[in-house]
Design a protein around this ligand. Structure first.
Ligand SMILES: C[S@@+](CC[C@H](N)C(=O)[O-])C[C@H]1O[C@@H](n2cnc3c(N)ncnc32)[C@H](O)[C@@H]1O
Length: 304
């Protein structure tokens, strides 16, 4: 049983909803893990090549110890004693190890209402569109779910009951974070910065075995569907045309040609006038003819 998040928890239990599950936020993943398996510059270069080819993630030399700390745990779990043996597995295209390798190397930092100036813009945009048809939104690097749930909450605040027409696809390359996202359960500090009103309306507070955690209410969760999508994959699933698209704080991991290719692929998936939201340090250069600047890191899909 759960209580509204703005109220103090009592003897109610959240554990019955997710028996055995242990909610964790990937944003708090630790990096420190000393070990004695050697990791040479050549090993690091091979890791860089693999993750760039697979996920578009560009790692620079300063990331060598971070990469070591993240992968050495995986080697130990698999009982593999050298990086060259481990990396040799990845040379086989069908290796199931790719998923673990990719999940280990993504950076998943996120939060509810991160870069909050975007959400009133989204709310006004949805209000203007609300026309008795479904409204489609893609959150392309959803990480542990705080971003797509913030989108859903913003839609509910803007549209009230009409938010039932909003369909949010939340995707990420990392299957581990997607599992956390789907569960929709977070340490209660994750919503510290929200107003008591938003906490009460959109979260349930766990108690007993789940004390210290909050869960996104079902009416918010039902607006969001999760799926794995690699933005680098040659094809993406078939989607309905989008009214808004969030691609925030992931492009920074890609090089310029990759960023440009992805933006070109987003454009035909968006309705004319749809909004693209990017991260604080991700700017689309003017003159491309696909998007025009609408506000701080908000772009409108235009047609030449
Ligand atoms: C720093 S988080 C940003 C999360 C959220 N968008 C935000 O702004 O708070 C970056 C996310 O991008 C995902 N990512 C990295 N490469 C990706 C790719 N090629 N395709 C899809 N997602 C990717 C990572 O797994 C990670 O969850």
């Amino acid at each position: 049983m759960l209580t509204p998040a703005a109220t103090t928890h009592n003897s109610a239990r959240l554990s019955s909803l997710h028996p055995g599950s242990s909610p964790s936020s990937a944003s708090s993943r630790t990096e420190g893990d000393a070990g004695s398996i050697p990791f040479s510059k050549a090993d690091f270069d091979r890791v860089c090549k693999h993750i760039y080819q697979r996920a578009g993630i560009h790692l620079h030399a300063g990331k060598q110890s971070m990469v070591y700390n993240r992968l050495v745990r995986r080697l130990r779990t698999c009982g593999i004693g050298s990086f060259s043996d481990y990396l040799a597995q990845l040379d086989h295209a069908s290796s199931s190890e790719w998923e673990h390798f990719t999940n280990a190397l993504t950076t998943n930092l996120t939060s509810f209402f991160r870069e909050p100036h975007h959400f009133p813009v989204l709310g006004e945009h949805l209000k203007k569109l609300a026309a008795g048809r479904p409204l489609h939104i893609w959150c392309t690097a959803a990480s542990t779910g705080e971003e797509p749930y913030t989108i859903a909450i913003s839609a509910m605040e803007a549209l009230g009951r009409d938010a039932a027409s909003v369909r949010i696809i939340a995707s990420d390359i990392d299957t581990t974070v997607l599992r956390t996202a789907e569960a929709g359960e977070y340490p209660e500090q994750a919503i510290d910065s929200l107003s008591p009103d938003l906490m009460r309306k959109y979260f349930l507070r766990g108690a007993g075995g789940r004390a210290g955690f909050v869960k996104v209410r079902p009416e918010v969760r039902q607006l969001v569907s999760f799926r794995q999508v690699n933005l680098l994959a040659p094809t993406w699933p078939k989607f309905e045309p989008f009214d808004a698209l969030f691609c925030r704080n992931v492009m920074i991991y890609f090089d310029k040609p990759t960023q440009a290719r992805i933006l070109e692929r987003f454009a035909p998936l968006m309705r004319t006038g749809a909004l693209l939201f990017t991260g604080h340090s991700e700017h689309i250069p003017p003159g491309g003819g696909l998007f025009s600047l609408r506000g701080k890191t908000v772009y409108e899909r235009i047609v030449k």
